[in-house]
Design a protein around this ligand. Structure first.
Ligand code: HEC
Ligand code: HEC
Length: 320
């Protein structure tokens, strides 16, 4: 393994400096996209510079003080790998993406039928815009231990000796378990979801009569959605008794059209079905039944669709 890595490292050198490997054990270091540069004196492969941090897109407020300042590109580059690595779990079979599916705005797993289910009674919420979600940041360490079956220190022990992770941990510096925590959080804190068609339109044509603008007026007016799904985050961050499962914090509606299941109990599989939950009676809950004409329903759906923003792309480097 060590030899393969060294060879990968050498394959990244300019031809003239390249020593001929005795027995190439890997077809091509360059083609598999690994970010390795020539090994340093200690024999540890150095990493290419981590990509710059994504910018906060149009539509989000400034991040709360103290949340993003300490996030570095090196943390995010490692976090993107760890988010997909099952070795962090006690069973070595569950990774964050088992439940937080990257293809569906981190939410796409039905409530049953998944392997090594820990919390499949609830569908996961969106993970984007975590920087504005102090409740979820505070719950992170406990959530990790619950879902991975071991705490961050034990998970760190399981991965810190993987040769491909060592240069990542060294680049971040400090204690390894702190580096792992910072990496996962740094990755998630920089997953922004904004810059949607509505974010652009809201500023240019707020009074226009098109369906999306009309949908927004319904959203904050007659349909009452905005009282809990408050712009610009489209959540008030507070718990409400909606009768959908147990009382739950309001989910953000940014990117909602890209999710595969809706509500924590997974009761809706399309955005239309999700909306129709609000046009029914919900006795003994905070929800007031709303009545929408078919054109109003269509406009409200067009508005929710226009909340689909541009999210930072994950690099999807192979796991070391
Ligand atoms: C077995 C499924 C499962 C796994 C594995 C899992 N999560 Fe979660 N995650 C959830 C569920 C369900 C919630 C929502 C919890 C709730 O509603 O109380 C959640 C919530 C979160 C939240 C808070 C989001 C919010 O807005 O409240 C964060 C952050 C998070 N997960 C990150 C992670 C990370 C990082 C990993 C990997 C180390 C991970 N999760 C692994 C199911 C999972
Ligand atoms: C009283 C507060 C409240 C009001 C009013 C409200 N919602 Fe919600 N909404 C919530 C809460 C809380 C959740 C999370 C419930 C859960 O996960 O089970 C939610 C979840 C959702 C979801 C699912 C999101 C996801 O990622 O799973 C959609 C879609 C949604 N609301 C749309 C709307 C629309 C459209 C309106 C207006 C017609 C509306 N909501 C009005 C509180 C509210």
């Amino acid at each position: 393994m060590k030899f393969a890595l060294l060879w990968l490292a050498l394959a990244g050198c300019p031809k003239s400096e390249q020593k001929k490997p005795v027995e190439p054990s890997h077809p091509s270091g360059a083609e598999d996209g690994r970010q390795l540069l020539p090994a340093n004196e200690a024999g540890v492969a150095a990493l290419l510079p981590a990509p710059p941090l994504p910018e906060i897109p149009l539509g989000l407020p400034p991040a709360p003080a103290g949340v993003l300042e300490a996030v570095t590109p090196a943390q995010v580059a490692l976090g993107e790998l760890l988010f997909r690595d099952p070795r962090l779990s006690k069973s070595s079979r569950t990774q964050c993406t088992t439940c937080h599916d990257l293809a569906n705005r981190y939410n796409g797993v039905p409530t049953s039928g998944s392997p090594s289910a820990n919390d499949h009674r609830r569908t996961p919420p969106e993970l984007e815009n975590l920087a504005w979600n102090p409740r979820a940041i505070a719950a992170f360490t406990a959530h990790f231990a619950e879902q991975m079956g071991q705490d961050l220190a034990s998970a760190t022990n399981a991965i810190e000796d993987v040769p491909g992770y060592r240069p990542h941990l060294e680049r971040i510096g400090g204690a390894h378990d702190e580096a792992v925590t910072k990496a996962l959080l740094g990755f998630l804190l920089t997953r922004y979801d904004a810059g949607s068609p509505w974010d652009h339109q809201e500023r240019s044509a707020a009074t226009s009569k098109d369906p999306v603008a009309n949908g927004y007026r319904l959203f904050i007016g007659k349909a009452r959605c905005g009282t809990c799904h408050t712009p610009p985050l489209y959540t008030d961050g507070r718990e409400h008794d909606t009768g959908f499962g147990t009382p739950t914090a309001t989910r953000s509606l940014r990117g909602v059209a890209r999710r595969a299941v809706f509500f924590s109990d997974g009761r809706a599989r399309t955005l239309g079905d999700a909306l129709d939950n609000y046009t029914q009676d919900h006795p003994k809950t905070e929800l007031v039944k709303i009545i929408l004409s078919p054109p109003e329903r269509a406009d409200l759906l067009a508005f929710l669709e226009a909340l689909t923003g541009v999210v930072p792309t994950a690099m999807l480097q192979p796991l070391p």
